[in-house]
Each structure stands twice: as C-alpha cells, then as structure tokens.
Design a protein around this ligand. Sequence first.
Ligand SMILES: O=C(O)CCC(=O)C(=O)O
Ligand SMILES: [Fe+2]
Length: 169
Amino acid sequence: MDFKTSQISCGQMETDHFCETMLSYAKLVSELEQKVNRMVFESYGVEKNYESHVGSTTYLLRVMKYRAPQMDESEVGSQTHTDKSFITILHQNQVNALEVQARNGQWIAVDFPLASFVVMAGDAYMAWSNDRIHAPRHQVNMSGNKSRYANGTIFIPQRDSTDTRRASG
Ligand SMILES: O=C(O)CCC(=O)C(=O)O
Ligand SMILES: [Fe+2]
C-alpha cells in the first residue's frame, strides 16, 4: 500500500486508525530525513539550497511483508538493487534480513534494533553529490521461520532539482 505523505491524505481511509498511525509515522520519518539532509547540505556548504530541496521533495511510504522461506526454499526476499531515490528510510520488526554491500564489495548483514532506522542513500543522492555519497547495493534475504514487516519511505526530489543544485567540486 502506498501513501503520498505530502498530501497528508489517505482518501477513503481518512478516519481509519491504521491510516492515521501511518501518517504520523511518515511525518516523523520526514523530519528525520530533513535532519539528515540539513547535515549533508551544511557539510557540503550548500545549505542555501536546503529549503528549496525540501520544498521539492515528495515522499512515498511503502509497507512490506516478507514471508519466511518454506522448507527447501531459497532466495526469499528481494533482488539486489540500488534505490533510485535520494534517500530511503527503513524500519522493521525484529526480523533481520537486510544485507548491504560496502564500497569494498563486502556484504554486511544489517542488525538493526526495533527502535532504530536505516537511512540509505539512493542513486539520485549519489549523482547529486558527485559520487561522494555512496548508494549501496542491497537486498533482503529471508531465513528462519518468522515473517518480516518493514516500512520503506522513499524521498524523491522532483524533476530538475538534482542537476541544478548539485554539491560543487
Ligand atoms: O525491506 C527492506 O529492508 C529493504 C526494502 C528495499 O530495499 C526497498 O524498498 O527499496
Ligand atoms: Fe531498496
């Protein structure tokens, strides 16, 4: 299920408790994304472009369920990919399955506790930063017998905002 959080609307589900919970979650995650971006923009000396970047960013929240693999089943999860977005913020239940490839090629199994988030750079951030920020390849690789629930909020700048306001250098 996708929500466009910039519109703060769930259509027909407006009064639904689940919907409101997800919108509150999306707002909090958006604040985290803005904090991360502010730090990055400041560290690259382009903080004057921060407000317009925030203003041009759209948000999409995805709710995902990965089932546990059945007997003799392998490769349950997602394919290896990089995200096309600027930033993706992930949150999960207690079931770890995310694997991220470091710059040196090594795959790292991400162990992230319930109260934490993974902030992942996507291709757009890598392009904007002239490759300073690495957009890692990653995948979900399920094992064990518990389902994994995860939320992925992707932050996407609208057209033209990435190539006109790059970090210099
Ligand atoms: O479920 C996850 O932790 C990763 C999801 C993901 O890679 C994505 O939504 O792009
Ligand atoms: Fe991804």
